[in-house]
Design a protein around this ligand. Sequence first.
Ligand code: ATP
Length: 513
Amino acid sequence: MAQEDVFKKVVAHCKEYGFVFPSSDIYDGLGAVYDYGQMGVELKNNIKNYWWQSMVLLHDNIVGIDSAIFMHPTIWKASGHVDAFNDPLIDNRDSKKRYRADVLIEEQIAKYEEKMEKEAAKAAKRFGESFDRELFMQTNPKVLAEKQKRDALHERFAAAMNAMNLDELRQIIVDEEIVCPISGTRNWTEVRQFNLMFSTEMGSTADGAMKVYLRPETAQGIFVNYLNVQKTGRMRIPFGIAQIGKAFRNEIVARQFIFRMREFEQMEMQFFVRPGSELEWFGKWKELRLAWHKALGFGDASYRYHDHEKLAHYANAATDIEFKMPFGFKEVEGIHSRTNFDLSQHEKFSGKNIKYFDPETNESYVPYVIETSIGVDRMFLSVMCASYCEEVLENGESRVVLRLPAALAPVKLAVLPLVKKDGLPEKAREIMNQLKFSFNCYYEEKDSIGKRYRRMDAIGTPYCVTVDHQTLEDGMVTLRERDTMEQRRVAITDLESIIRDNVSITSLLKKLS
Ligand code: ATP
């Protein structure tokens, strides 16, 4: 199946099975805002739990907080967001569509890469098993020509972004002959800066309302609480503070479903370290975070690091963990060595001393910070894309199955009476009532058993049990596994022990420690 088709199908599937709905659906939606449905919220909560527990359960030097969305407006002055949280935007005069100039250029870079990949794929087909990909990529003239174009563009783009040279960004778009995908024309406006923060007013306008922002990241809530937590929690460096919460960005171009939203959720952890040790910790967190992703079992080839060449002015190292989405490798998580920039800025703007006294060295200093920052929604999208699967079965029928890691699946077990009579529903309810304390169970009695299995496959339920007439006599049920579709008879009394360990978040966490 073409990758674009996979993505379209995932989007449709999310709506059809109650994972994600457009916000305000009956009013035709609201741009880049989405609601999670009955299945989506379970999957999302499981992702959050997996992250939260991997941080605060597995590390005795990491604690959590939950800070408010509204914060003192000076915080966003201090952090640099008021002055510099901008994207370069450009409009196409014919289609009246607005784009991020940097994204248009990045897509152009990706096009050169696609061309290189296409050449490689063609050659792989031609040469079969004897194909040496590495040699081909290094020597084939067509590949080298594309590579040269890509590298030249990349260099020019990085220089323009570093200097935030808006004229040069526009010139690149013109020189590369980039067209608007809607109108097909090159009738571009100038490139302008656009601040991504939403603002609103606090207090009534009569007594001089204060302009406040909806936070564009959760990190600042951690920074301004760092000393509160350090003192009351008697934390010693190195230590971390984790937080999950909503963030808001007025994204210029909001496409690709929940990949880029205006209201989204972040899971961020700021790790406070001694100055000078930050790059060592940066390396450690890079590894730990990749291991967290890989433990989900989607295959190591689905991930790659993207080390930043262009560093934010406050960072001395940064990398993204990218996931292979149907529309290419995309950032899911950022890991940044933020130096002591944020804390020093808050010290300056608040006028308060927020230095840490290190009892081991007898020194006071502003700690350095390693940040791990991941979007819940992007993670959700990556999990859905990696799990969505259409299969043709041996009997020629096809099925859609969400191969979700069992620990993330919204429903762990479906309990299905074979028929709606003869005491089978009652028996099934009895089983539900025993197991519902251990994991999320789902009862369903409508339609044929085959149809019910298909519905459970489509929402990624790892196990189904069928209660039949025999069950009433011997206390055994048919246990069916989602991925293999294997069925076996097991005793009702064994169900909990068979299922619980496989579906618990603990099963994932154990892979990490
Ligand atoms: P991008 O370059 O894609 O705009 P970013 O580098 O600005 O992302 P960060 O500020 O590093 O992103 O935010 C950390 C994480 O938050 C990202 O890796 C992503 O998973 C998530 N995120 C950021 N912006 C959005 C958004 N608009 N919608 C959904 N998730 C987002």
